[in-house]
Structure formats: structure tokens, C-alpha cells
Design a protein around this ligand. Structure first.
Ligand code: ADP
Length: 399
């Protein structure tokens, strides 16, 4: 079965076409700077040269149209006709409390999805626009919504309830939701596969460490707690996001800067994290380089990040009921032996110790813990698109 996976951002669109029988990626590409005069569209299909086009794309409708045209193009195309696509899986960041699993989008579901826009005003509107555009351009092809929040809907109420007046939960659905669920679920399942165990039999903490970072406690195959909350701003220190801070700091900063709440929230989202501490860069590669050259603020930013991850791991152990496996994934988790070492250095008392050589060699999908220690440590590359494709297939096969 061929499944198209689509991830629509406000001015971008990424896609992958899978042949799911053998997990083969037939084509992939992206459109950037949609709506601007310097849009770029790139398309790579198996057996063909990369196609690059810099013609402006006025909107997402034009971008999806371009991608579909390339998939069925007489010369460069990988499909004879559109109907070969069995379904489209759309990444939708927020499913609120309503969506605990992936769903086929019909008019009633589309209406319910509308209500999720206010929970994720930056992400959900472009995600839903992708669904609308595909619905109009691909009549008869099922559109499936796969949510970043859905995996975390198994958290118990004591983990997702904020200690503020309860009517905000009842009236406005204010609670911890958690994000990166597609990635946490993928790496937890993959970890079980690698270890030859049933995922239900493992207590896992998955560390999705990228520009945005979050942790998840997985036991009995379910997410039982996670570090992000009502929005993806909370939890760990991140590239440019502050993570958890004292909430009273917000009013302090509004007063101190004589600025609006929106400006302060923007600062916490875009100018904070390791970028804010270091004043250098949100990119961990730059910080590691500067730190090795003796830059103290770069070093402090890396230490603060590592400590926040280690503290987060410690705080999730009650949720998981102990710990069998610690898993690192995403840009930093997969590629930075230094960061893995810094994090694990805080955790040896838990039976978490790295085999230095295996860690440095960046061995993937194998246990890299020191022999004889209690907790296995794995680096598992995430694959959110593959997870979305599989989910889409599962939902379609159930109908
Ligand atoms: P996101 O999907 O949230 O944008 P990614 O998972 O792609 O983030 O991770 C991006 C981050 O990974 C970059 O900010 C970069 O700092 C970090 N990264 C990538 N490669 C390395 C590396 N070799 N060493 C350290 N950090 C890395």
C-alpha cells in the first residue's frame, strides 16, 4: 500500500511517499517559503535526479498541487495515477482531549478538528489547511489525521492536572497534553523490537532531544507522563525555548521590560533556552565547539541543558515505576555523544552508566550501557514519517 505523509507548517510543507509493504520511501521533498516570492520546491524520487524549482508558490494549494503533479509526472513521476495512493497521513500537532488515536477525516471530524485550533494556534491551522487542500485535490483518497498529542492521552489525571482552579480544566481544557508523541511512540516500540521484548513488558524513558526537546515515561506500552505540558514551551531547557520557569517571572519581565505579554512570551519561545544562556547559538554543534575553545557561557548552556534533561529523567521514574531502558533520539540525542555523556554523568546513582567507547562510536540501536549496570541505554533514530504512514495504514485497514 502506498501512503503519502504530509507535514504542513505555516510556510512550509514536507512529504514522503511510502510503499509500506517494504517500508520503502519512493519519493520525498519539501516546499519552503510558501507565500513568499523566493519559494523553493525540492522533489526527490527513486531513480530520478533531484528536482529543484524556485518559482513562487502562492499558497499551500499550489504547493500540494506541485507535489502531486510531480508524483504522477510522465517523465519524473513515480506513480501512473493518483489513485495508487491508498491514503494520506497528516501530522496534526494538537488533538486536544478528543483525539486519543488517529482518525480518518470526514466532515464531522473536520468540524471537531476546528476546535483544536485554539489549543495550538501556530501549528494546527496549517496542519488542517494541508488536510483541506488534499481533500479538494485528491477526491476519494482517505485523509488521516495523526496527532502528536494522542500517545500521551493515556496519562493518569494526577499527571495531567495542573494545580490551578479546576474549572479551567472543565471549561477550557487546560491540562498537560504533551507533544512529540509520534516520536516517543515510535522509539519506544522500536526499542522493544531491538531488545526482542514486548513493549508492554518494559519501563522506558524516551528522550527526544532536538531543537525542541521532551521526555516521556512509557510503561505497559503507554505514555504515563511527559515533560511538555499545555504547550511545547514547558519542560526541558531547549534550543531557544526556556522550558520550565517560575510562572511569576513572566509578570516580572513584563514590568521590567515595560513590554507586552506577547513580547515576553515571544522572548521565552525564541530567545531563551541554550541560545538565551550562551548568547551564541541555539545549535548544539556551535555550543560544543565554543565550549571546547573555553567559552564559559557556551559550557554553562550545555551544562544547564544536560542537568535539565537529567532532572527530568529523575522526575519521571515514579511514572514509569522504575527504569529498564533509557533511549536517546532526535538531532542532539542521536548525534551528540558529548551531550549523552553529560546527561548520564548526573544519573550513575540510578544505575545509568554509559560504555564510553560505544557512546563515542555512536553505535545505533544497540545497548551502549556499561556491562553489569542496571539500565540499558540505546540511541534509536526517530522516524516520525514512518510512524505516521504505519498509523495511516492501520486506521485504513480497520475501516
Ligand atoms: P527539530 O526537529 O526539533 O527541529 P532536530 O531533531 O532536527 O530538531 O534537532 C536539531 C538539533 O540537533 C540542532 O539544533 C542541532 O543543534 C542538533 N544537532 C544535530 N547534529 C548534531 C551533532 N552532531 N552534535 C550536536 N548537536 C547536533
Amino acid at each position: 500500500m502506498k501512503i503519502l505523509v504530509l507535514n504542513c507548517g505555516s510556510s512550509s510543507l514536507k512529504y514522503k511517499l511510502f510503499e509500506l509493504g517494504d517500508n520503502n520511501v519512493l519519493a520525498q521533498g519539501q516546499a519552503d517559503r510558501i507565500g513568499m516570492t523566493d519559494a523553493v520546491f525540492q522533489h526527490d524520487a527513486q531513480g530520478h535526479e533531484t528536482f529543484l524549482n524556485k518559482t513562487p508558490l502562492a499558497n499551500h494549494h499550489e504547493a500540494v498541487h506541485a507535489l502531486l503533479a510531480h508524483l504522477v509526472d510522465g517523465q519524473q513521476g513515480i506513480l501512473t495515477e493518483m489513485s495508487e495512493i491508498g491514503g494520506v497521513g497528516h501530522r496534526v500537532v494538537h488533538g486536544g482531549e478528543h483525539f486519543r488515536t488517529s482518525v480518518i477525516v470526514d466532515p464531522a471530524i473536520r468540524e471537531t478538528l476546528e476546535a483544536t485550533k485554539k489549543l495550538a494556534p501556530l501549528h494546527n491551522p496549517p496542519n488542517l489547511m494541508g488536510i483541506d487542500v488534499c481533500t479538494s485535490l485528491m477526491p476519494g483518497v482517505p485523509q488521516v489525521a495523526v496527532f502528536d498529542t494522542a500517545f500521551h492521552q493515556t496519562m493518569p489525571p494526577y499527571a495531567y492536572t495542573y494545580a490551578i482552579p479546576y474549572h479551567y480544566y472543565i471549561d477550557d481544557h487546560v491540562r498537560r497534553y504533551g507533544f512529540h508523541g509520534i516520536s516517543h511512540r515510535y522509539v519506544a516500540c522500536r526499542t522493544a523490537e531491538i531488545l526482542g521484548k514486548n513493549v508492554e513488558a518494559l519501563r522506558i524513558i524516551t528522550c527526544h532531544l532536538g531543537a525542541g526537546s521532551s521526555l516521556c515515561a512509557v510503561a505497559e506500552g503507554k505514555s504515563l507522563d511527559t515533560s511538555m505540558g499545555f504547550t511545547p514551551l514547558s519542560g526541558l531547557v531547549m534550543g531557544t525555548r526556556s522550558g520550565d520557569i517560575d510562572p511569576a517571572l513572566v509578570s516580572f519581565l513584563v514590568e521590567k521590560e515595560q513590554s507586552s505579554l506577547t513580547q515576553v512570551m515571544d522572548m521565552l519561545n525564541r530567545e531563551s533556552g541554550v541560545f538565551g544562556i550562551s548568547g551564541i547559538s541555539p545549535d548544539f554543534r556551535d555550543l560544543e565547539k565554543e565550549s571546547s575553545l573555553g567559552n564559559e557561557r557556551a559550557r554553562l548552556a550545555l551544562d544547564a541543558y544536560a542537568y535539565s534533561v537529567a532532572k527530568g529523567i529523575g522526575s519521571l521514574i515514579p511514572a514509569a515505576g522504575g527504569l529498564d531502558v533509557l533511549v536517546f533520539t532526535a538531532g542532539v540525542g542521536e548525534n551528540s555523544p558529548n551531550m549523552r555523556r553529560r546527561i548520564c554523568a548526573f544519573l550513575s546513582w540510578l544505575g545509568i552508566s554509559l560504555d564510553e567507547e560505544k557512546n563515542l562510536n555512536g553505535i545505533l540501536e544497540e545497548d551502549i550501557s556499561l556491562p553489569g549496570t542496571k539500565v540499558k541505554i540505546l540511541v534509536v533514530p526517530t522516524d516520525e514519517e514512518k510512524m505516521i504512514a504505519r498509523e495511516t495504514r492501520t486506521v485504513l485497514q480497520k475501516q
